[in-house]
Design a binder for this molecule. Structure first.
Ligand code: ARG
Length: 470
């Protein structure tokens, strides 16, 4: 067989692993294999990991001081080159790890070859990626905190603004807009907790697991773990190179956050419709229609709602990649990065857009108030009054109230507009005091149980949340 590369082969064997190779890979092989197109985003983490590893090798006497100093200097130069956009990434060098190592060899010569002692790309990529995901989790968590702050500010303004509360999207009982927004503060608070929890679990160092079995060199894994801000080294080398739970947990957390965002986005979509008219988005967060001049479209909210599919898809995709993979490293795992990068970018964008919409939306209190009284939303208040004041069992009170609603419906009036005579026609013991509790304001004010919608409760909840969130 000819050793001359065919026309579909790339030039020569890879200098970093090509010792037993005569020719280069087919062009299509190089293309399916290369990850540099996306994993270049790991350059900072890769250089930080290499520096920590090099310092440890020197300290342990595995690499000489002089070589170590050259390696560290070369890595700093590379960091500057990449940051300045002056680094020439090469697809033939597959990935970020080999691109950096090859450049190091160009810069400092043979000493560069000592950096990969007691290390493999398997523990290297696991380390780099953990560092990246750790930062991404911190970043999303901080973004959600900003979103919570924006929600709290608006909740504060509207602690007593009455709106309809829905179940089944049918008018149920009046609530305050502040209370409604606080529900999302709670959701995003749990989301933050998930990133924090995931971070704590992922914060262990795979570095030093080498290819899969550990190394015969006297390395100090505690030291590299500590340098990179990890709490400890991972305890099992096979697990260290093959675990992607940290990426899955991150994506799972993203999927839940995206789901929360989609619910709020959906509410923004219908709140801002002409039929609801509860809010208006400002020009900053609306788009027009090229044909219908009257339109103000809530595109950002719609896109946030839609991007939930993309993020949840990333989670499902990585689960499928990992399913059934035997220990330890398999190249399948290279497919982890694009999903995580895309999900992280998408989440950052969605959270920022949502924060902007919440900060700027115009709240139409009058429209909310008017809608709150529709649909006999204070019927439960009347039933409760019958129980409380007339000692009628709740089921019977429910039935009596149903009759009252029927009457109001027949007369096309709200419950509070029914005369005392109308009420007494259904239940003679009803007094004028019952009519006073039928307004939506009275209704929300009465729901003062812990976690309830009464404006005083809402204000107290905001104060607590502000203290916690800062
Ligand atoms: N680019 C690879 C990845 O992202 C790096 C690890 C390659 N390891 C190997 N044994 N080929 O997973």
């Amino acid at each position: 067989m000819s050793k001359k590369p065919t026309s579909t082969q790339t030039d020569g064997a890879n200098t970093l692993w090509g010792g037993r190779f005569a020719g280069g890979p087919a062009e299509i092989m190089a293309r399916i294999n290369a990850s540099i197109g996306f994993d270049k985003r790991l350059y900072e983490q890769d250089i930080a990991g290499s520096k920590a590893h090099c310092e440890m090798l020197v300290k342990q006497g595995i690499v000489g001081e002089e070589d170590g100093a050259q390696i560290l200097g070369g890595l700093d130069t590379i960091l500057d080159e990449i940051t300045a956009g002056k680094f020439a990434f090469s697809e033939a060098l597959e990935d970020i790890h080999m691109n950096i190592e090859a450049r190091l060899a160009e810069l400092i010569g043979p000493a560069a070859g000592r950096l990969h002692t007691a290390r493999s790309r398997n523990d290297q990529v696991a380390t780099d990626f953990r560092l990246w995901v750790r930062d991404a989790a911190d970043h999303l968590e901080a973004g959600l905190r900003d979103l919570q702050r924006a929600l709290l500010t608006r909740a504060d303004e509207h602690a007593a603004s009455v709106m309809p509360g829905f179940t089944h999207l049918q008018s149920a009982q009046p609530v305050t807009f502040g209370h409604h927004l606080l529900a999302y503060v709670e959701m995003f608070g749990r989301d933050r907790g998930r990133y924090i929890d995931a971070r704590a679990r992922m914060n262990e160092s795979p570095l030093g697991a080498a290819a899969l079995a550990g190394t015969s060199f006297p390395i100090d894994r505690e030291l590299t773990a500590h340098t990179l801000g990890f709490a400890r080294p991972m305890r099992n080398s096979l697990d260290a190179v093959s675990d992607r739970d940290f990426a899955l947990e991150f994506l799972g957390s993203c999927a839940i956050t995206a789901t929360h965002l989609s619910r709020l986005a959906e509410e923004i979509v219908f709140w801002s419709s002409a039929q609801f008219g509860f809010i208006a988005l400002t020009d900053e967060f609306s788009t027009g229609s090229s044909i219908m001049p009257q339109k103000r479209n809530p595109d950002a909210a719609e896109l946030i709602r839609a991007k939930t599919g993309r993020v949840t898809g990333a989670f499902a995709a990585l689960l499928m990649v990992m399913k059934g993979l035997p220990l330890a490293y398999s190249k399948d795992m290279q497919e982890d990065k694009e999903q995580v990068f895309d999900a992280a970018d998408t989440m950052n964008l969605s959270i920022a857009a949502m924060t902007g919409m919440i900060r700027t939306m115009i709240v139409k209190e009058d429209a909310m108030l008017a809608a709150a009284g529709k649909g006999y939303s204070t019927a439960t208040d009347l039933a409760d009054w019958l129980v409380r004041e007339l000692n009628i069992p709740f089921r019977q009170a429910h039935h009596i109230t149903g009759e009252v609603v029927k009457r109001a419906e027949a007369k096309s009036v709200m419950l509070e507009q029914l005369s005392l005579a109308d009420l007494q026609a259904v239940e003679p013991r009803i007094t004028d005091a019952a009519r006073a509790i039928l307004s939506v304001q009275a209704s929300v004010a009465s729901r003062s149980s812990f976690g309830g919608t009464a404006p005083d409760r809402v204000r107290a909840a905001i104060a607590t949340a502000k203290k916690e969130i800062g």
